[in-house]
Design a protein around this ligand. Sequence first.
Ligand code: ZN
Length: 113
Amino acid sequence: MTARLIGMGKIKTYRNQKIRDSARGKECLMKLPGCCGGTESTIWSHYRGEAGGKGMSLKADDLCGAYACTHCDAIYDGQKMIPNGIERVDVWLAWHNAHIQSIVILHADGVLK
Ligand SMILES: [Zn+2]
């Protein structure tokens, strides 16, 4: 499988089951209004832009993800309406902050070395 990165041609998409599995038991880090809270529905939310290697029917690299509950991920993905009082840019900022926190946690937990 290949990923299309802007200006970088085709490169191999990075997949790591341990990263995806690490979402089990983690708290959502996006915390948008209406967030599920807790750890029950937390998933590894993949980046939705092309810079993360996302293609027509291809998810972004597993490195390009964040711990998010299904509610927050659905808002980020556009499947759910953006809650009143915030805008699309707030959703993207929340995802990017969650991504940075998630990468730090992955390293601290020894998933990324
Ligand atoms: Zn959430």
